[in-house]
Every structure is written in C-alpha cells, then in structure tokens.
Design a protein around this ligand. Sequence first.
Ligand SMILES: Nc1ncnc2c1ncn2[C@@H]1O[C@H](COP(=O)(O)OP(=O)(O)OP(=O)(O)O)[C@@H](O)[C@H]1O
Ligand code: SF4
Ligand SMILES: [Mg+2]
Length: 384
Amino acid sequence: MSLLAELNDLKVYFYDQRDKRFIRAVENVGFSINEGTVLGVVGESGCGKTVTALSMMGLLESEPGIIDGQFFFKPSEEDAELIKQSLSRGVRKQNDYKKDTLFNLFFGLDRYVSFEENPFTIIKDSEKWLRRNNRIMEHIRGKNISMIFQNPEQSLNPFIPVGGQLTRTIKRFNREANSYEIKEKAIKLLRSVRLYRPEIVMSMYAGSLSIGMAQRVTIAIALCSHPRLLIADEPTTGLDTTNIYKMIELLEVLMTEMNLTLMLISHNIRIVSTIASNILVMYAGTVVEIGSKNYVMKTKKGPKHPYTEALVSSVPSDSDIKRGKKLRVIPGTVPNNKRKMDCCPFLERCPYAEGKIRQKCESACPELARVASQHYIRCYLFYS
Ligand SMILES: Nc1ncnc2c1ncn2[C@@H]1O[C@H](COP(=O)(O)OP(=O)(O)OP(=O)(O)O)[C@@H](O)[C@H]1O
Ligand code: SF4
Ligand SMILES: [Mg+2]
C-alpha cells in the first residue's frame, strides 16, 4: 500500500474580533493515509475535525487560517505536472516541495506568515497566500480530493433539481462528453449510491429529499470527478441507527467500486471503527491518540488515552443497547481555546490525573509519544 496523503504539524488559528484574541482551532495535527484505506477522525464537537478537513481542501473561510504545517499529497499523474509548475515558481531545489511522488501543497506558506509564541502574534499576508493556494488547489479540489460537507441539505442548491446539479459538476470534469453521455453518467452515479429510480430523483429538488437521500446525492456529486481521496464529514448526521450502518456500508462498497481512499469524520468512535483502518482521536484541537483500529479500540488491555477510553464508553455498543445502556456524557468541559495550552488539555476531566502524575499533567502539555509501532498517545501515563 502506498502513501497517498501526509499531514504534518498543522496549525490553524482564527481571530476573535470581539475579544481581540486568537482562537487556537488546530495545533500540530498530523497523520498519514495509505491508498485504499480508511482514516477515521473522531472527537467531540469543536475539537477541530472540520477545520482540519477544510484546511486540506484549501477552503477555510476565516483568517488567519493555516499558519504552519505541511500537506503532502500524491495527485493523479495528469495533474502532477500542473501542480509541480504551480509549486515550483521561483524555487530552485525540487526536493523542497516534493517527497517521492507526493507534493507539499502548503509549500511556500512560510513566505506569507510569521508568528511569535510570546506574546502570541500572527502576521499573515492572507490575500497573497490564498491567491497562491487557490492556484494549486484548483488542480486538487474535486479531481484529487473531494469532500462531503457536514450539512447535506445546505450543500445542495434548493433552486436547481438534483439532475441539474449533478450534470453541471460532471460537465466540469468531462469537457468532451456530450449531453447524452453526461445524463447517463449522472444516472449511473445515482444508482451507485443506491438511489432507486434515479430518473425520478434527477427531477427532484433538495427540499423534497429525505436526509438520507440528500446525503447520497451529495456523495454522488462528490464522486463526479473520480477523486482519489474522499473526505466525508459526519455523513451519518441525522440518520437513524439502521440508516447509519447502511451509509457506512455504502461508503465501504464505493471504496472498492471506485478505488477510493476515505477520511471519515464522526463524533461516534464505534461507527468509525466499523470500517476504519486507522483512528485519529482529536481533543481540543490536538491529536491525543492515533493508531491502527485494533490498538485504539482494544478494550481493557493495552495503552489507551483516557479521553479515548471515555469516548468509547460514552457510546454504548449494540449489546449494551440491548441491555438498556444509554449514551454516557463525558463529565466536564473542553478547555478555552483562546488560552495557551500550558498543561494537559484533558486535565480537568481526567480520572487518572491524581497524586504524583498530576504534577506532570499540570506542568506542560505532553508530547505525542510512540507506545507501539504505529500507535501514538499524548499522555504522561505512557511515557517510559
Ligand atoms: N470560521 C471560524 N471562525 C472562528 N472560529 C472557528 C471557525 N471555524 C471553526 N472555528 C472554531 O474552531 C474550533 C474547531 O472547529 P471545528 O468546526 O473544526 O470543530 P468540529 O470538531 O468539526 O466540531 P463538530 O463536531 O461540532 O462539527 C472550534 O472552536 C470552532 O468554534
Ligand atoms: S497527561 Fe495526565 S491529565 Fe492528561 S490524559 Fe494523561 S493522565 Fe490525564
Ligand atoms: Mg465539524
């Protein structure tokens, strides 16, 4: 299996005009995704899942946005040359923006941004950076990486029928195709996302679709361009349990049928674990645990971040539900993301932060430490 994407040390900040303070949305987030695998990204609301995905798509709306990091991606062969041309303007050494067949899509960011830790300040020429980033991302968005957004109804146009929205997107990526071929492709895509009677669905408007249908239509639109990586942000929101698992099954089938790699974002670690190869657990904008599903979901034995442990036990398994066990809320609240992270971010909610270890937990934020091959945890309990 070869490497498709590698995100390193992503830092994303926003600015709160009212408070006149920076919001730390994402801090040093990193992971890699091999072709044909599923990376599950989990964590509570506000932990930075969507911001991470939007950064990879170059779609952050507020500034300063990305201030540091590298995002290596392997584009299709036909786009590689165009991306190389955009990235290499004014650069002498190829190695600076390339690693084997992967390109660093954030290359050059340091020319537009600088930041100081104490007191925290960011200076960024956002206009110039966005102009550069858009030139690169126009070869990536859709054709190489496609995203299903968190609210399916909002990502569909309420005034254009489903068919119109699909054919418009197909046309954009298939300039040579005639209208008959485009319509056939639209119908085929609707069938592939298991929407029955696709000819009728083509004439429907977003307002008359159920949440499940709307979600399938957005998947069909995201697949028009045959992306290499599909980012699905909370694709099961609003669905009942039966439909949640049908949706996950569909994504799994599409991966094989369309040769896809998937980044699946969800609050629910159990749902993600049904198809994920690797799981990334985020908390307060940071990665607290990352590893293969078998390590991260391991019950009882083996190292597990206290937050992952709480996350797993907050969602009852199928057998728990049968026994009447309810969803358990993790006590406490997430830390204020406008303050410097000078202790473990999970400190105030952690049942293990007692006695001697607590002093360490209070002293500084722990590093993400390797506890096994391909398994990393950010917690003093697992420092050797
Ligand atoms: N455009 C923005 N301007 C200011 N702050 C933002 C913006 N977008 C996100 N944030 C903040 O960044 C942090 C991470 O947000 P993000 O949307 O990534 O969370 P999430 O993990 O996707 O949450 P959810 O599960 O609710 O979708 C939050 O504190 C959020 O309030
Ligand atoms: S470092 Fe301390 S507070 Fe943080 S998760 Fe580990 S034990 Fe809990
Ligand atoms: Mg989100």
